[in-house]
Design a protein around this ligand. Structure first.
Ligand SMILES: [Mg+2]
Length: 229
């Protein structure tokens, strides 16, 4: 089995449980604007938000437009009369303070560091949110570099994102690097485009969906990573 020397970690839903943070932050925020059942509201928000991010991944929407548009659409659906920008800011106020780890994430990072494996974070996300969550999570010191798409103006799967990343980390042959992430269309496709081996983190044991590219490895729990280094 190939042994990798340097790991490039996706953040959300790979190391930190963003799904859980997002749900808890949304529900706290929306209580200020609506008396409807929070579960119902969140289900609709989830669908709208996902559609916005998919449109951005297809290049139909700028990342900066998502923040407002998702709440515009949401408010139209539930006839909420509030400023979507203000709601987004309010949501971020909660989100910034919300950190849940993916199972075993901290322990695996500790073990990787003990084995002196180099690591960086590569995340598609908003700088103001990610910086704070990484600070709060206490995992910052494990990483040489933290690359946030919003801060550099390009995102995974663009090769420009990976070109930038390679300049920020110690020099290695690409075959000694490993990208680890949960999202096929950004993490795994990005690694494939950049000629870097990849590991798909697939905790829910979903079917692989593309026949154009595939991950080099697939794991369903983070400790399996230890066998790859
Ligand atoms: Mg992710």
């Amino acid at each position: 089995m190939k042994k990798y020397k340097y790991l490039l970690f996706d953040l959300d839903n790979t190391l930190l449980d963003f799904t859980r943070s997002s749900e808890s932050s949304f529900k706290q925020m929306i209580g200020h604007y609506s008396n409807l059942d929070k579960e119902t509201l969140f289900k609709e928000y989830y669908i709208i938000n996902k559609a916005c991010w998919s449109a951005a991944e297809r290049g139909e929407l700028a990342l900066s437009e998502i923040k407002t548009l998702r709440f515009q659409r949401f408010n139209a659906l539930f006839e909420i009369d509030a400023d979507p920008n203000k709601m987004n800011t309010h949501y971020f106020d909660y989100l910034r303070e919300s950190v849940f780890y993916v199972n075993d994430a901290l322990d695996v990072l500790k073990q990787l560091r003990a084995k002196q494996v180099g690591m960086s974070i590569i995340t598609n996300g908003l700088k103001e949110v990610q910086d704070r969550r990484i600070d709060l999570s206490g995992i910052k010191d494990y990483f040489d570099a933290i690359i946030i798409s919003d801060a550099i103006g390009v995102k995974k799967p663009d090769t420009a994102f990976f070109d930038y990343t390679l300049k920020q980390i110690p020099s290695f042959n690409k075959e000694d690097l490993l990208v680890i992430g949960d999202t096929a269309g950004s993490d795994i496709l990005g690694a494939y485009n950049a000629n870097i081996p990849s590991c798909w983190f697939n905790p829910n044991q979903k079917e692989w969906s593309s026949n154009k590219f595939k991950p080099t490895h697939t794991i369903s729990q983070l400790p399996e990573l230890l066998e790859l280094i």
